[in-house]
Design a protein around this ligand. Structure first.
Ligand code: ADP
Ligand code: MG
Length: 234
């Protein structure tokens, strides 16, 4: 498939969750365009819809209404299995609590998405995983179990795993939320380096100095993008 247009195009998306009598509106008529190669931070208070938006971009959740186009695909047109296959090839996900599998070594964790997607030839997977770990600064931890690594090292390993299938897009939900501020800064620098190589990155964060690192900040409040005076108080 030939991919043209922006990396991400969200058009008038609504996401509601059923709750008791009524519905919770998590994302409220939101439209957004992110070009290929952008590094974007999504900020906003707890409950403002950041995780919901990221899950929509990753095809983990489906919108109640509206259109989500990512990496050349209209996600609404894909089946569950089609979505999973698309995600495996096009999106690298990084989470707050790393979510490395505890019984696999670090290098095996990085190889796992390659085994699922089948995009990287089998005989290249271990070397590629090792190279990715070296690139993010934890090559010497490859043979260890995740629990023996520090938080910052585990998040670096999780970033290497997110890069396993060389996705054009990285999505990270509060990747520094469980790290001290010094370690958080170093992890954000890893994302900045990856962006310099041309990868599109969207990171949900509470880091106050994120503006000096990213190209653009999107402020959410009550499921909408806010700007100007509203954004300052959000
Ligand atoms: P954030 O990541 O900014 O904290 P979320 O996207 O997690 O915000 O949540 C946005 C709103 O949607 C909140 O009001 C939250 O309570 C609600 N919400 C999120 N997930 C669910 C769910 N699975 N069921 C019901 N409500 C949800
Ligand atoms: Mg969240």
């Amino acid at each position: 498939m030939i991919t043209t247009g922006p990396e991400i195009e969200v058009v008038d998306v609504v996401k509601t969750y059923p709750l008791g009598e009524g519905d919770v509106v998590a994302v409220d008529h939101l439209s957004l365009t992110i070009e290929t190669g952008e590094f974007v931070a999504v900020v906003g208070r707890s409950g403002s819809g950041k995780t919901t938006l990221l899950n929509l971009l990753a095809g983990i959740d489906r919108p109640t209404s509206g259109i989500v186009r990512v990496a050349g695909a209209d996600l609404g047109g894909l089946s569950e299995s089609g979505l999973a296959e698309w995600r495996g090839r096009n999106v690298g996900l990084v989470f707050q609590f790393f979510q490395l599998l505890p019984t696999l070594t670090v290098v095996e964790n990085v190889m796992l998405p390659m085994d699922f997607a089948g995009k990287i030839p089998a005989h290249q997977r271990r070397d590629r995983a090792q190279e990715l770990l070296e690139r993010v600064g934890v090559g010497d931890q490859a043979g260890k179990l995740p629990a023996t690594l520090s938080g910052g090292q585990q998040q670096r390993a999780a970033i290497a795993r997110a890069l396993a299938n060389d996705p054009p897009l990285l999505l990270a939900d509060e990747p520094t939320g469980n790290l001290d501020s010094h370690t958080a800064g170093a992890v954000l620098e890893v994302f900045a380096d990856l962006n310099t190589e041309g990868r599109t990155i969207v990171v949900v964060t509470h880091e106050r100095d994120i503006r000096s690192i990213v190209g653009r900040e999107i402020v959410l409040a009550d499921g909408r993008i806010v700007t100007g005076e509203e954004a300052v108080t959000a």
